[in-house]
Design a protein around this ligand. Structure first.
Ligand code: ADP
Ligand code: MG
Length: 389
């Protein structure tokens, strides 16, 4: 192709909201034989909404559970975190919030109705609005989190001071948790946590009141030494078959609640997958979400090749595997978790709504949430480079 053709191609792409970083990128796209899609925020709207929250620990109030969940999720950029924040905000600061901190079950159920409605009808129109706007909203209701630690592809954890709605579990669990806290303080103060010093309270060191809060999937819980009770697992399976992603919430060392979150499929996704198929391009899906949800969604899209429960590195490994035999592979994604795969792919296509790291790792940026941009990018490259062969 002549430099003029490349310029025209790049210009037409830009006019359609597809930014291309350089002529090389435009050229490679016409040889792509495989397109790998991320699920969350790429094939789905990425505006997930909490359908319902189920509490499994009668010791903790639902209000308190939500406050603790919001405290840790506030530190996360994940779309699921935004869903939890929005739900918590609505339930905790909604107009009908009673003066007392404790809310009745009925009022929580009312909110549930509300979120169901929001999830099914209002969500698509929200697709183009930016994610949970922290600055534009009131944030004074959000409790402080200390040492928040996101674990990409798994969840997030941190330390939060519980409110009156939380009673510390008695016995061994409390002891373990207390020791964990003390160890934390001891190492912070430069003591060896295995030495005898941890047995005695250090004068001048306040008793930490914080509790460990973990939000994430089963792998996250396993990493934290918690296994999911059968009752919780049954509930999760039921919701996952309905395309809901479940976020498990653990407080201290107890699995306390599950938030069932639904993220609708983008309206054009099925058509784009079909159109790629017509061009002889194989479509794959990789996701950090679990297999049940992944299968439920891929079957609706007509995507047969699926890999679920992928950590970021596994997504990249999948790309390299598909590149065997010199096939050019494109990756379409939006998240931090997609950045390694976007970088590994021959053609990285990031959604403009995505995380900065993803935008940096990719050579194509789709300024519109619309997946039609993927088709346009590949077609333009073909039009530009097939012409002179
Ligand atoms: P995807 O590939 O679908 O975009 P991710 O790799 O971003 O998914 O995340 C995979 C899984 O990790 C999520 O489905 C969720 O179970 C868990 N997860 C990640 N971040 C969070 C978070 N902030 N809160 C709760 N769960 C999370
Ligand atoms: Mg994603």
């Amino acid at each position: 192709a002549t430099p003029t053709a490349v310029m025209v191609g790049t210009g037409v792409a830009a006019a359609h909201g597809v930014l291309i970083k350089g002529a090389d990128a435009l050229e490679r796209a016409h040889k792509v034989q495989t397109v790998v899609f991320d699920k969350t925020g790429t094939l789905t709207l990425g505006r997930p909404a909490v359908l319902e929250m189920r509490c499994f620990d009668p010791q903790v109030s639902e209000h308190e559970v939500l406050e603790l969940a919001a405290a840790v999720e506030h530190a996360s950029e994940h779309p699921l975190a935004a869903a939890v924040m929005e739900y918590a905000e609505r339930v905790l600061t909604g107009p009908s919030r009673p003066a007392s901190a404790e809310r009745s079950r009925e009022s929580l159920d009312l909110d549930r109705e509300d979120s169901l409605h929001w999830g099914s009808s209002a969500a698509p129109s929200m697709a183009t609005t930016p994610r949970f706007g922290r600055r534009a909203r009131r944030t004074d209701w959000i409790r402080m989190v200390r040492d928040a630690e996101p674990n990409p592809g798994k969840g997030i954890k941190g330390w939060v001071e519980p409110g009156p709605g939380y009673s510390r579990p008695k016995g061994l669990v409390a002891q373990q948790e207390h020791r964990q806290v003390q160890n934390g303080w001891a190492s912070l103060m430069g003591f060896d946590s295995n030495s005898q010093q941890q047995q005695q309270r250090q004068p001048g060191i306040p008793e930490p009141r914080e509790v460990r809060v973990v939000a994430g999937n089963k792998h996250m819980m396993a990493d934290e030494g918690m296994s999911v009770p059968a009752e919780v697992d049954d509930y999760m399976r039921k919701m996952e078959d309905q395309c809901c992603t479940c976020v498990i919430l653990a407080i201290g060392s107890t699995i306390t609640a599950v938030l069932a979150i639904s993220d609708p499929i983008k309206p054009e996704a099925r058509g784009v997958v079909a159109a790629l198929g017509k061009r002889g391009i194989a479509c794959h899906m990789v996701t950090g979400d679990n297999w049940r949800v992944a299968r439920a969604i891929s079957s609706q899209l007509g995507i047969i090749n699926v890999m679920a429960e992928c950590l970021p590195a596994a997504k990249a490994a999948r790309i390299r595997e598909l590149q065997q035999g010199r096939k050019l592979v494109a990756m379409v994604g939006d998240g931090v978790n997609d950045a390694p795969a976007l970088a590994a792919a021959d053609v990285g296509i990031a959604l403009g709504s995505g995380t900065d790291i993803a935008l940096e790792a990719a050579e194509y940026v789709l300024m519109r949430a619309d997946l039609e941009g993927v088709l346009l990018a590949l077609d333009l490259s073909r039009a530009t480079f097939n012409r002179i062969r």
